[in-house]
Design a protein around this ligand. Structure first.
Ligand SMILES: NC(=O)c1ccc[n+]([C@@H]2O[C@H](COP(=O)([O-])OP(=O)(O)OC[C@H]3O[C@@H](n4cnc5c(N)ncnc54)[C@H](O)[C@@H]3O)[C@@H](O)[C@H]2O)c1
Length: 477
């Protein structure tokens, strides 16, 4: 059922941009008046395709800042909270997640929700979120959100997949040296009162070859750090990528495995990478080489690794990820979880860590900044760059010398004929720029139109709302 545009304030005629601006935001509470003034301190201004704008970019506002209600759960990082508060939004931050009934109660009222991995935003919960326009997952994964339901109801979802790449790379460096010096075993022995001063089988890493499988965000960071320690770096990736420093790409996995002293895995979890390090691949590694996996547990065939370590083929390994991982902290890493658990734990020179590759204060802070910025850009500008459930759409900023321009955002069902009808409506105005894209059954259109009067906005908004294809309409100015 289309909803009506409400409360559109009179536009001031003195050209003072610090006064009212308006947005319509459909579903149930479509239009809210707002106040904007260009903020020099705005955290992350929208980039322009045409390079830096020659005049100041105009800050768009969807609501009165103080009317944007944000609920942050699960102790979202303070840096992220600050970015949102600086926008003038009403931010309520709770330390924990909420049980479903309380979540349903709270979510009815908010425009934005920020969560981490524990809060379940199922279709049942989102059904009650009548004013929600965007979800920020202040974490890597988005499994806890019903992404499709969100998209179909015009709710964008953002996360932060790469903020912890450096943390993983640094852990790899620490582990490479730890393995080369058998340091974890020596430390364990000392904890048990055993003095065992040995140099046999202990190596410097300088001059050794590191083989990186998957030269993406983590792999590339690691490449730079490893070269700085005097290692030679080779890498294998399904894409042709230019190596950083003097790192060299090799043509296939076998060439990497036979040419490296240390092999680290940084590939995504996909069908092709399942058990990509099995018995055959382990046998292709150099005798006495080391294997490190901080990607995903399914990438290494663990029983094959256990056999290769017992035979002495592999001199050491570091695992941060496992096929089955406990859902909470405690004594859960046992044989019930993974049948080979005991065999694995009994091995020498094996570092086991509980999926902490990306778990640092810096990564949390970077996640806070990235997700909060994405939320601000979405709320204020409609930009979907980085959204996980919507097509990625952005336009260069409106400028201060474009006072009568408005930005129309129209999220709609991806069905034939919509664009023609939308453009018939927009065609009464001058469409300065427009971009549209679709993802599955949902399409996202953004258009900047000029010379629009406040009285026309209401009609414009209502005409778009009346189209059968509409999921959500927003008008920012
Ligand atoms: N342990 C942790 O805490 C932690 C933290 C962050 C990321 N990760 C994991 O690390 C892995 C890498 O993360 P990223 O951010 O660098 O990902 P990324 O997407 O930036 O890079 C992955 C790279 O792997 C390449 N690739 C894909 N399939 C391949 C194949 N079959 N063979 C060789 N290369 C292949 C891709 O082309 C890409 O360059 C992911 O599995 C991610 O989930 C783990």
């Amino acid at each position: 059922m289309p909803t009506a545009a409400l409360n559109i304030p009179e536009r001031p005629t003195n050209g003072d941009n610090s006064l009212s601006r308006t947005v319509s935001n459909s579903r149930t509470d479509p239009v809210n008046s707002l106040s904007t003034s260009p903020q020099l301190s705005f955290h992350s201004p929208q980039a322009s395709y045409a390079g830096p704008p020659k005049v100041s970019a105009k800050q768009l506002r969807p609501f009165q800042s103080q009317d944007v209600k944000i609920l942050l759960l699960e102790n979202v990082n303070l840096v992220g909270q600050e970015i949102l508060k600086k926008q003038g939004y009403q931010v309520e931050a709770l330390k924990s997640s909420l049980p479903e009934d309380q979540l349903i109660e709270k979510i009815q009222d908010v425009n934005v929700i920020g969560i981490r991995s524990k809060t379940q935003l199922s279709a049942n919960v989102l059904r009650h979120a009548k004013n929600l326009i965007v979800i920020g997952c202040f974490c890597i994964g988005t499994n806890q959100v019903d992404l499709q339901y969100a998209a179909e109801n015009g709710i964008a979802v953002f996360n932060s997949p790469f903020s912890n790449s450096r943390s993983v790379a640094e852990l790899m460096i620490a582990e490479i040296i730890t393995l080369a010096r058998q340091m974890a075993d020596r430390s364990m022995e000392m904890h048990h009162g055993v003095w065992n001063k040995v140099s046999n089988g202990c190596w410097e890493v300088r001059g050794k070859t590191l083989g990186i499988v998957g030269y993406g965000h983590v792999g590339a960071q690691l490449s730079v750090l490893a070269e700085a320690m005097g290692m030679r770096v080779i890498y294998y990736d399904v894409i042709n990528l230019m190596g950083l420093g003097t790192a060299q790409q090799v043509p296939n996995l076998q060439a990497l495995l036979s040419g490296a002293d240390f092999v680290t895995l940084h590939v995504p979890e996909i069908e092709e990478t399942k058990n990509m390090m099995g018995e055959k691949e382990l046998s292709q590694m150099r005798n006495g080489a080391y294997l490190l996996n901080a990607s995903r547990g399914s990438v290494v065939d663990i029983p094959a690794l256990i056999a290769a370590m017992k035979s002495g083929k592999i001199a050491g390994a570091a695992l941060d990820v496992y096929p089955n991982e406990p859902g909470k902290n405690g004594e859960h890493f046992n044989s019930q979880l993974n049948a080979w658990g005991e065999d694995l734990r009994s091995l020498k020179n094996l570092i086991l860590t509980p999926h902490i590759g990306g778990s640092t204060e810096e990564a949390q802070s970077a996640i806070g900044v990235e997700v909060a910025d994405a939320l601000v850009n979405y709320v204020n500008f409609g930009t979907t760059t980085g959204a996980v459930n919507m097509p990625e759409v952005t336009l260069r900023s409106l400028t201060l010398d474009e006072p009568n321009h408005v930005r129309v955002i129209y999220i709609h069902k991806n069905v034939p004929g919509v664009l023609r009808r939308v453009n018939e409506i927009l065609g009464d105005h001058n469409v300065d720029k427009q971009m549209t894209d679709s993802r599955g059954e949902v399409a996202y259109l953004m258009a900047d139109i000029s010379n629009v009067n406040v009285s026309e906005i209401k009609d414009l908004y209502q005409s778009l709302e009346d189209l059968g294809s509409r999921i959500r309409t927003r008008v920012l100015y």
